[in-house]
Design a protein around this ligand. Structure first.
Ligand code: SF4
Length: 410
């Protein structure tokens, strides 16, 4: 097609889509997801993208019209577009990759439950999503019908929870649990609420990003009804880039907050999408403006075909180092690595603590804000000396004349 005509056609198709009277209906959005064969009507696709779409063998390819229109039709490097359209790298499998790097299946006592920790479980509620994100770490299950959780499967999971009263916290994830019908969400929450040992329920949803119209008044009423003295409901969502923070998302978040649900964000560092301090800072500033607190920033999982998204571990440290001092602490995510092999999450911080100087009984720190060295004394009666890493004496000698302490704070 003539490039001018193609551009005009794509812009006209996008405009028409937005003008549908049912645009604000979540059901319309789901029924009209833009799937692999239709992406060419909304994007000028590169040859690489065309290959990526036709070769894609992992999870479905598709996105809601709402999310599709957030992506740039002409720029293949658009961060949103890159999470919708498969790249050719998706079919390049490296030996270190695994479909289940966290061993969620090995740690599953019954279908749909993963128990990595003693007191918490993950309940896989469904295999559907509004957008099939190319970086999805659960691509082995998401979009496959055989992974469907029917009512019997859910009941088996609830029975397991009743028989294990040491479990108090259930993360509902998928897929996207908020792609389920209101009735099914009500069923899940009612069951959890009726298990006396379950106190916390965390709903993991990307619909605040990809389908904000899903947060209807009716859904909020259901959630609010179960968010009570027996059960405390939280929501963790997954914004990755400031361009995803729209007025529609903010309204959806405010509706959830009115239902008493506090919302946190878990992002993933993705190469070429958000792997810089500036972008992450801008994202987290926008999130706070939308009343979303930072929760986690994940190092990307080693899943098949993820090479194009993976970043060096150092990126996470760089990002946190950059953000510290430029935004309130509630806007700084914990940099976490969900350890391959089912080791659970660990948090990682840049090097700000330089160890204990035994002779002076001072701890040495470096300011994230100013780059200066500071000391703070260990309590006189402490017997924890052996607990601390020892300060490097050559560093101590080098910096000792410039140290800032409680006595020279001016
Ligand atoms: S919404 Fe979540 S579960 Fe669904 S594809 Fe995206 S990352 Fe995976």
């Amino acid at each position: 097609m003539n490039p001018v005509t193609e551009t005009e056609t794509i812009l006209a198709t996008r405009k028409k889509l937005k003008e549908y009277p049912q645009w604000n209906s979540w059901k319309f959005q789901l029924q009209n997801r833009i799937k692999r064969e239709n992406l060419q009507n909304y994007f000028v696709l590169t040859e690489e993208e065309k290959k990526g779409i036709s070769n894609s063998i992992r999870l479905n390819v598709g996105a809601t019209p709402y999310y599709t229109l957030l992506a740039d039709p002409f720029d293949p490097n658009c961060p949103i577009r890159r999470t919708i359209i498969p790249g050719v790298g998706e079919t390049v499998i490296s030996p270190e990759e695994s479909p289940d790097p966290l061993h969620e299946e090995r740690l599953s006592p019954v279908k749909g439950l993963t128990r990595m920790y003693d007191d918490r479980v993950l309940l896989f509620s469904n295999q559907e999503c509004s957008v099939y994100c190319r970086h999805c770490m659960r691509g082995r299950k998401v979009s496959f019908n055989e992974e469907r959780m029917d009512k019997d499967d859910l009941d088996t999971a609830f029975t397991y929870l009743k028989e294990h009263p040491e479990i108090s916290d259930v993360v509902i994830s998928g897929g996207d649990p908020l792609n389920l019908s209101d009735a099914r969400i009500d069923y899940i929450l009612s069951n959890l609420e009726q298990i006396p040992s379950i106190k916390i329920c965390r709903i993991g949803t990307r619909n605040l990003v990809t389908l904000p119209m899903r947060i209807t008044e009716e859904l909020c009423k259901i959630i609010e009804a179960h968010n009570n003295d027996n059960l405390s409901i939280f929501c963790n969502t997954h914004f990755n880039h400031p361009n995803e923070c729209t007025s529609e998302s903010k309204s959806a978040i405010l509706r959830l907050i009115k239902a008493g649900v506090s919302v946190g964000n878990q992002c993933v560092i993705l190469k070429g999408i958000n792997d810089s301090g500036e972008i992450m800072l801008s994202l987290h500033r926008k999130l706070l403006e939308m009343r979303v607190r930072a929760y986690y920033m994940y190092d990307p999982e080693i899943i098949p075909g993820s090479r194009g998204f993976r970043t060096p571990l150092a990126k996470g440290f760089e990002i946190i180092e950059y953000m510290r001092g430029k935004i309130a602490g509630m806007g700084i995510p914990q940099f976490v690595n969900d350890l391959p092999g089912g080791g659970g999450k660990i948090t990682m911080t840049p090097k700000w603590y330089y160890g204990f100087h035994q002779e002076s009984r001072q701890h040495l720190f470096k300011s994230a804000l100013r780059g200066t060295y500071h000391v703070s004394p260990e309590p006189i009666d402490s017997n924890y000396d052996e607990f601390y890493e020892k300060v490097d004496l050559s560093l101590w000698e080098k910096v000792k004349n410039d140290l800032k302490s409680v006595h020279n704070a001016k």
